[in-house]
Design a protein around this ligand. Structure first.
Ligand code: IPM
Ligand code: MG
Length: 381
């Protein structure tokens, strides 16, 4: 590989990306649309099975809007590992085209190939979708009222260690290099989104997490930009932490309850949100919103559990996480009341009342039964 040429090409692409960000319009206003289109993407493994159930619950909650033509659901096929491997693309062109006709997307888990898998080592469909649809804010709430935990993470989702994660180079047999990118525009938009959220929700503090003492140029820039943005929010305190000590502070019972809103570059956000979700019952319980100015995508943050499918157990998979992602979707498109009903039903069915239990096998309820239970619960709220 001519690595100097390769590097030159990467720089060119990043410069172009910055120009695009500069021209970007503000957030889309869903209330101005005649018809809001919700794309439903099943994904791999247990994905289609649990996503179908989340789809049913959303159809149930949005029945009137669908009948009035204000909301349309569109099932989008083809984002499967078999299909992606066949065309050797993270997102096949025809699927991407369909996705771009939607406004928001509910997506089941997709298989991310790694070296040694029977699949070509293509880029993760998640990462590709975040890039293609410019979903720059990965918003991950973690709440454990009993422990006094109420955190919202704003993970930068389009740059950092991820943006060129599949484009590093082996200089020779001995040297491997990857690249990390932070831009003014990229850092600014995530910082603003986090501070705006804090302001709207009466939060007092935004915590920036980097490793700017060591990774000086990129993390240093991220931190600087956050400091600049914070000046526009005089009522909100900003504090800055390094990722290593932050992972420790999340298990410090006295300190952790003081954190409210976090903003952090991509990879640190990836790691810290898994740790955080563990307090709430694991990554399987969390939902995740990937938000951009034009598009937004909502997903479960667990994997596709191919073994459950091999053993014929996919009908017993827990749909809570993708249904929770559906609730986040409802709130994002302006149906806060319906979202609250769904959050409440999820809490009741999964935590307090528990008339049905999901065990992941035939000793427990099926995903379909659980979705029915959620809908029955909503009717009685
Ligand atoms: C996540 C996942 C993804 C990521 C993987 C599947 C590529 O871990 O959504 O946190 O690293 O972002
Ligand atoms: Mg992750």
């Amino acid at each position: 590989m001519d690595y100097l040429k390769h590097f030159e090409q990467l720089v060119k692409e990043q410069l172009q990306r910055v120009e695009k960000m500069k021209e970007q319009a503000d957030f889309i206003d869903y209330s101005e649309l005649d018809t809001l289109i919700i794309g439903i993407v099943g994904g791999d493994g247990i994905g289609p099975s649990i996503t179908d159930q989340a789809h049913r619950v959303l159809e149930f909650l949005l029945k009137d809007e669908v009948n009035a033509g204000k909301v349309e659901f569109r099932k989008i096929d083809g984002l499967t590992i078999e299909n992606r491997a066949k065309v050797n693309q993270a997102i096949p062109d025809d699927v991407l085209e369909e996705l771009k006709k939607c406004h928001v997307i509910l997506k089941g888990p997709t298989t991310t190939p790694r070296k040694g898998d029977p699949w070509p080592n293509i880029e993760s469909a998640n990462v590709a979708m975040r890039k293609e649809l410019d979903l720059f804010a990965n918003v991950r709430p973690v709440k454990v009222p009993d422990l006094g935990i109420d955190w919202t993470f704003f993970r930068e989702n389009t740059e950092g260690a991820y943006v060129l994660g599949s484009q590093g180079c082996s200089i020779d047999d001995d040297i491997a290099m990857d690249f990390k990118v932070i831009t003014t525009q990229g850092a600014e938009r995530i910082a603003k989104t986090a501070f705006d959220f804090a302001k709207k929700n009466n939060k007092k503090r935004v915590t920036v997490v980097t490793k700017a003492n060591v990774v000086k140029t990129t993390d240093g820039k991220f931190l600087d930009i956050c400091k600049q943005v914070s000046k526009d929010y005089p009522d909100i305190e900003m504090d800055d932490w390094y990722i290593d000590i932050m992972t420790a502070k999340l298990v410090d019972e006295k300190r952790r309850t003081q954190f409210e809103v976090f903003v952090l570059p991509n990879l640190y956000g990836d790691i810290l949100t898994d740790e955080a979700a563990e307090f709430q019952g694991g990554v399987g319980t969390a939902g995740s919103a990937n938000i951009g100015k034009r598009y937004a995508m909502f997903e479960a943050i667990h994997g596709s559990a191919p073994r459950m499918v091999q053993e014929g157990r996919d009908i017993y998979a827990d749909p809570s996480s993708i249904i929770r992602a559906g609730a986040m979707l409802l709130s994002h498109i302006g149906y806060d009341d319906k979202a609250d009903q769904l959050f409440e039903a999820l809490e009741k069915c999964g935590q307090t009342e528990k008339k049905l239990i999901i065990t992941g096998r035939d000793t427990g309820a099926t995903s379909e039964e659980f979705a029915n239970y959620i809908m029955e619960t909503i009717k009685m709220l």
